[in-house]
Each structure stands twice: as C-alpha cells, then as structure tokens.
Design a protein around this ligand. Structure first.
Ligand code: FES
Ligand SMILES: [Fe+2]
Length: 362
C-alpha cells in the first residue's frame, strides 16, 4: 500500500488528520520535494539584494542551485546556477558583475542567460552557443519580495496571493525596511511546524504571553484557495496589565497569513515578519524569520523593535518545544491519526487538503 493511499474527508467535522507516517518518512519527503516544493512559488529574497544592473545572489532551493540576477535591461531573471558545459557554478555568493562566469573552465554568460564565450573550445562538432543558454526559472516580484518557481506551468503568483496585496495595503509593505534575521533549526517534520502555525487552539496552553495580548474569543481562521489568514484583535491595555507587550497606539489587530506551502507573514503592531519554513529532511526543518518595520520606526524605535523580536523569539521557543515533542509522539507506535477541532483547526484541514491535491492527485 502506498503512503498516499488513505481516506480523507473534505468535511472538517468528519475528517481525520494526516497519517503519522507522512511526518516521518524519507520517501514522503522526496515526494513532497518534487510534488510541492518544486512546483510552488518560493520566497527567494528581496529587491534590496539587487540594487543595480549586474547585481546577483545565489542560493539553493530544495536541492537546486539557483542564481537571481538583475539584467542590463533591469529585468530580474532566475537561472539554474549550473553551467551548460559540465555543470559548474556560474556564480558564487552575491555581488555585482557585468556577466556570469563559470568557476570551472570560464564559460561566460550574459546577464540574460545567453552563452557569450567558451574559451579554448574550438573544433567541437555541431556546437551552437545559442543552444546553450543558462536554463531559466520563473521569477515574480510582489512588493519587495522576490519569488521563484521551478515549474514553468504553475499558477501565477498573483493568483496564489489572491487578495493578500489588498489586505496588506494599509501596512505599506514597499516602505518597510529589513531589521533582522534569525534562523531556527527544529527536530521535526516541516508539516508539524506548519500545522502548529495554522491553529490558535494551542495558545492557552503553549503561549501564555501571547494570550495576554489577544482577544482569544474573537480568534478566527479564514481559508482561501492557496492561503489562509488567522486574525485576532489586540486586547486594549488596561492599567492593571503590567505584563502587556503591545502598545495600543498602532493598528489593533494581529494578522497571520500562511501561503501554501511554507511562507508565513505575521503582522503585529509596528512590525511585519516573514517566516520561511525550509524542510531539510523528513525530521529536520529550518525556519527563517525576517523582521521588517517602517523606515521611521527604524530610526526612532529601536528599543521597541528589539522587544518585538524578543517577544517573537519567546513564542518561537515555545512552538519549537511543542513541535519537537509532537514529532516524537508521531513516531510512537501508539498514534496514527487524530480529529480536527472544528472551532480552531479548519486551517490545518485546508492545508491537508492542499497537501493531498499536490501529492496524491495526478
Ligand atoms: S563547467 Fe562551466 S565552463 Fe566547464
Ligand atoms: Fe504557536
């Protein structure tokens, strides 16, 4: 029996969660890499990493070496960072260059991917430089965020984001400045972390500090085609609230977006953070937090920003501890599947339906 062979009810109240084996199995992990991560829009970087023509940065995306470059025509393009000669890297690290040169035997490529020069390569029969451009990948930009997609036939990024640009318009994303990045390594499957993010059900037990900030009775999760949104009003501060963190002068809502499969965008008073979930193996996951704030805050409110980051770090440590414990539980012979809390776990059910759509359906 295949691991994709299990019943899944589209009705939340009747459904059981994904089988535990899907969270522990190397074959599932390889399948997800092909079926999910190499077919969906992945956050790759930010426009400020490509300030001028010739700017580039390299990175590895789920096992694929890639380079993103701003061309002489200012167009941002993505390529596999793999030379057409014998697969050497055509760019390393990040920087600014008039062309890309392979580090192995020096083949030279234009910023738009065309092969320009092949040193000492005379006498090769039936070889046309025009047939040996770098292989491109799809790139899309939303506000200051650069996304790539290894599947040329995938749904356009704008259709995946749907009305997120409209919902985030009040926060003026284009004006946000980068503050800090923190990486966290977790001993759990990437879906354990995503499942945990997608429900507020665990807040009372796991996040006492966050519970003080939010009006939990109004916590809700809305699901769309490829994303979901959790929101809750920030509780008004009263004089008795000496442990409160959020100021009440900013907007009074916490918004937590999740874009299938692995991008979270958290909007709290005065800051926005992205959290990218990078699966490393069946039971190892990296999460990359990056914080952003309006330019004026950066100049005047560094203490408050630092407090925001520490508060977020505290919540993350709480989530890491519970996710790693859940991973151990999923490996137990005693457990296979559970049921969804209808009031709180519709976001998980939505994620698990998308998982089935990508991993099970042809
Ligand atoms: S592998 Fe790139 S020039 Fe040989
Ligand atoms: Fe949490």
């Amino acid at each position: 029996m295949s691991f994709t062979d299990f019943d899944f009810d589209e009705r939340l109240a009747n459904a059981a969660t994904l089988p535990a084996d899907l969270y522990c199995n190397d074959a599932v992990f390889a399948h997800e890499t092909r079926r999910i991560f190499q077919r969906t829009w992945q956050l790759a970087g930010r426009l400020e990493q490509l300030p001028t023509s010739g700017s580039y940065f390299t990175f590895e995306l789920h096992g694929e070496p890639l380079v993103i470059v701003r061309g002489k025509d200012e167009i941002i393009r993505g390529f596999f960072n793999v030379c057409r000669h014998r697969a050497g890297p055509v760019a390393g690290g990040a920087g600014c260059r008039p062309s890309l040169q392979c580090a192995y035997h020096g083949w030279n490529y234009a910023l738009d991917g065309r092969l320009l020069a092949t040193p000492a390569f005379e006498g090769v029969a039936d070889f046309d430089k025009n047939d040996h451009s770098l292989v491109s990948v799809s790139v899309a930009v939303w506000e200051s965020f650069i996304f790539v997609n290894l599947d040329p036939t995938s749904t356009p990024l704008t259709d995946v984001l749907e009305d997120i640009p409209a919902l985030t318009a009040p926060f003026n994303l284009a004006n946000l400045k980068f503050v800090e990045r923190r990486d966290y390594l977790l001993d759990c499957n990437w879906k354990v972390y995503v499942d945990n993010f997608l429900e507020g059900y665990h807040l009372p037990m796991v996040h006492p500090g966050l519970m003080r900030e939010l009006d939990f009775s109004k916590y809700r999760t809305l699901t769309r085609r490829y994303y979901s949104l959790q929101d809750a009003p920030i509780r008004p501060a009263s004089p008795k609230d000496d442990q409160r963190y959020y100021q009440s002068d900013a907007h009074n809502e916490a918004l937590y977006f999740w874009v299938f499969p692995n991008l979270m965008i958290n909007i709290n008073p005065a800051t926005l953070s992205t959290n990218l979930i990078v699966p490393l193996s069946a039971e190892k996951t990296l999460t990359i937090f990056e914080w952003f704030t309006p330019e004026q805050e950066l100049a005047t409110a560094s203490e408050r920003l630092q407090a925001t980051i520490e508060f977020s770090d505290e919540i993350q440590q709480e989530d890491i501890a519970i996710c790693e414990a859940v991973q151990r539980g999923l490996r137990s012979q005693s457990y296979d599947r559970g049921r969804y809390a209808v009031r709180f776990e519709n976001g998980l059910h939505h994620f698990h339906q998308l998982w089935r759509e990508f991993c099970v359906t042809e």
